[in-house]
Design a protein around this ligand. Structure first.
Ligand code: BES
Ligand code: ZN
Ligand code: ZN
Length: 496
């Protein structure tokens, strides 16, 4: 599919479906709708006057063969309250329009951008939303597949932006949208296919496509280094662990003391059965998505390799499978982490923090100045926040504030949870330096407190995205399944 920018007036746009956002409470006599109403010889006034079209977000009304328009159909789309019309909402609207066009069997769709955002940002998020909307997770279906696809999506604007800027914005949106869909495809992939080795293979192939340097540490190297908390998790699985390191060659040359250097660290558990502390059967299949943090990091690094942040960044993804077997780690085992701290593993299902602990230490050995980790870490975070906000915690308040400030653009909601010192005693061990679980209460926080021990004094942010990796609510702007939640937040952090 091609995404194009045009400044043409909407009556002249020839396409299968022309979409026009309508804000809550808008009447046909509002300044902008007057011209559309005139062009359609009163159809718009009739529709809005009838009350059958709601201007609530994503409500649709299709008008076939609209008078005096070259478009085959006019699609009025509810855009919600004007004052709440963020770039995140615009991204969704673009997705809803693209899906509506495809579902109607259309090949070419156009959307009129009515927002008053920075026009380049508007064009970028529209491109992102269009690509996001066309993804579906049916690669393994051999029949009954929806093969329909759009050929062209046209972004119409009031002409506030130069063509070259608009084209550059489409390119940026396309890079982000494609990396997002790639990350989603990894999360949707079943764990028998996306093993740690396959995750590494796909990272290598993707890296080669976008100019990202991908290095994979094998089990023997992890053993030599002493990354034993990570190795403890993968011991029960026949699949060997992989530690993926992602670098952007052009940025490496900028290495200098005193400039920021970020590590983005993503949890890559390709399947989390819980290990010996095995999970109940219900919904266990969802644990194929327990590498969503890793997928978000890989996707973000693919974007950054193409869009070049100002500062250095490295991506780290510890990838393992957590299964029970005769060789598996037992509750009560004590292991010596890469940092030297000893860990009593009380519950083998609290495996994410074990692999992240060694990854955080590894990042510190590289000399990073900022640590950011992202992980489907705790069910407790889902209990606390539901599937609306991800949890954010950490010692780097500046970065947390920057991430939260970007929510109206990213659409990725983050809610900060506390990390008071008093929570630390909940993970004190009788036999080792620290244990890997606290009590039942405050589970998202004690998990973060565990990670904090390994971030030590390096400024650090932790995103607990448990539950956010899939969206099965059903929205008009995307198919059900993986979301790649966090990718946009990470990209914006590095590019903003
Ligand atoms: N991967 C899970 C967390 C999770 C749960 C992610 C649901 C997505 C959806 C994590 O490894 C886990 O099992 N956490 C345990 C920790 C507990 C044993 C302290 C949990 O949250 O129950
Ligand atoms: Zn687990
Ligand atoms: Zn897990």
């Amino acid at each position: 599919m091609r995404i194009e920018f045009q400044t043409r007036k909407f009556p002249e746009v020839a396409c299968d479906m022309l979409a026009y956002p309508v804000f809550a409470g808008e009447k046909a006599d509002s300044t902008t709708l007057v011209s559309l109403d005139k062009a359609t010889r009163g159809i718009v006034a009739a529709v809005l006057g009838s009350g059958e079209f709601k201007t609530d977000l994503h409500h649709l009304c299709v008008i076939h063969h609209p008078a005096s328009l070259k478009a085959g159909r006019l699609l009025l789309i509810g855009a919600g309250k004007k004052e709440e019309f963020t770039l995140a909402i615009l991204r969704q609207i673009a997705g809803t329009v693209a899906r509506a066009g495809r579902n109607a069997g259309g090949k070419s769709v156009a959307l009129f951008d009515r927002g008053d955002h920075d026009p380049r940002e508007a064009v970028r998020v529209i491109a992102e939303g269009v690509l996001y909307s066309q993804y579906d997770s049916t690669v393994h279906k051999t029949r009954d597949k929806d093969e329909r696809a759009l050929d062209k999506f046209v972004i119409l604007s009031k002409g506030r932006v130069a063509r070259a800027d608009a084209d550059a914005a489409i390119d940026r949106g396309t890079i982000i949208g494609e990396a997002t869909n790639f990350a989603r495809s990894l999360v949707d992939e079943p764990a028998n296919i996306l093993t740690p080795a396959q995750f590494a293979e796909r990272a290598l192939a993707a890296g080669a496509r976008v100019g990202l340097d991908v290095q994979v540490l094998e089990r023997e190297e992890l053993e030599k280094l002493g990354m034993n908390t990570m190795l403890a998790v993968s011991r029960g699985s026949a699949e060997p662990p992989k530690f993926i390191i992602l670098r952007i060659p052009a940025l490496e040359r900028k290495a200098r003391d005193g400039v920021p250097f970020h590590a983005l660290i993503g949890k890559g558990v390709t399947f989390d059965s819980g290990g010996i502390s095995i999970k109940p059967a219900e919904k266990m299949e969802r644990m194929k998505g327990d590498m969503a943090g890793g997928a978000a990091v890989l996707g973000a690094m693919m974007v950054l390799a193409q869009l070049r942040p100002r500062h250095r960044v490295v991506g780290l993804i510890p990838v393992v499978e957590n299964l029970p077997s005769g060789g598996a780690t037992r509750p009560g085992d004590v292991v010596r982490s890469f940092s030297g701290k000893t860990v009593e593993i009380i519950n083998t299902d609290a495996e994410g923090r074990l692999i992240l602990a060694d990854a955080l230490t590894y990042a510190r050995t590289l000399g990073v100045t900022h640590l950011v980790d992202i992980a489907t870490l705790t069910g407790a975070c889902m209990v606390a926040l539901g599937m609306v906000n991800a949890g954010v915690m950490g010692t780097d308040q500046k970065t947390i504030d920057r991430m939260r400030k970007n929510i109206p653009v990213s659409g990725e909601k983050l809610w900060q949870l506390p990390l008071d010192d008093e929570y630390r005693r909940l993970i004190r061990s009788e036999v080792a330096d620290i244990k890997n679980v606290g009590s039942r209460y405050g589970g998202a926080i004690t998990a973060a407190k565990f990670l904090q021990e390994f971030a030590e004094n390096t400024p650090w942010v932790h995103l607990d995205i448990a539950g956010m990796e899939y969206d099965d609510d059903g929205h008009p702007y995307c198919s059900k399944g993986a979301t790649a939640f966090g990718l946009r937040t990470l990209v914006q952090l590095m590019l903003g």
